[in-house]
Design a binder for this molecule. Sequence first.
Ligand SMILES: [Zn+2]
Length: 161
Amino acid sequence: MNFIVDGMLGTLVRWLRMMGHDVKYSTELKDIELLLIAKTEKRVLLTRDLALFQQATVKGVEAYYVEGTNEPERLSELAKRFNIALTIDLENSRCPKCNTKLSAVPKQEIADKVEKNTLKHYDDFWLCPNCGHVYWQGAHWAKIRTTLKEAEEKLEKKVEV
Ligand SMILES: [Zn+2]
C-alpha cells in the first residue's frame, strides 16, 4: 500500500517499509503538505494527531488515526484496518531509511561493506541501490519476529471480539 506518515510515527515507518509498503515520511513536512501529498499521490495518511486526522476527513483525504502506543499494537491495528500481512520478506522490502526497493546481492559484492564475522555467518544480503545500506537477517531478526508475532496475537484477539 501507499502511505504518508506524520512526524510522530517514525518507527512505524521503518516497519511498514520493511513489510514492503511505499511510505513517504519526513519530519519537515507541515500538516498542509502532508494532506496535499496524500491527496495528489493517493496515499493513506497515518497520524497520531487528531486535529490533522479530522482535517483530512473534511478534505476527503483517506486517513487513519493510529491509537496504539507501541509497535505490536500499531501493527496489529493497521493489519486489521488495511488487511496487511504481518510478515517481512526482504525480497519485497523497501529500505527502512529511504523507501527504495531492496535488491538481493551476491555476497562478494558487499564484502567490503559488512564486518568479516557477519560475512562468515550469513549468506543472504540485500542492498539499497539508493543509499547503499546493506541488510541481512542477523541476530536482531529474532526481535523482529517477536514483534510481528505479538502483533499477530493482538490481531487474533481483536478478531474474536
Ligand atoms: Zn536506502
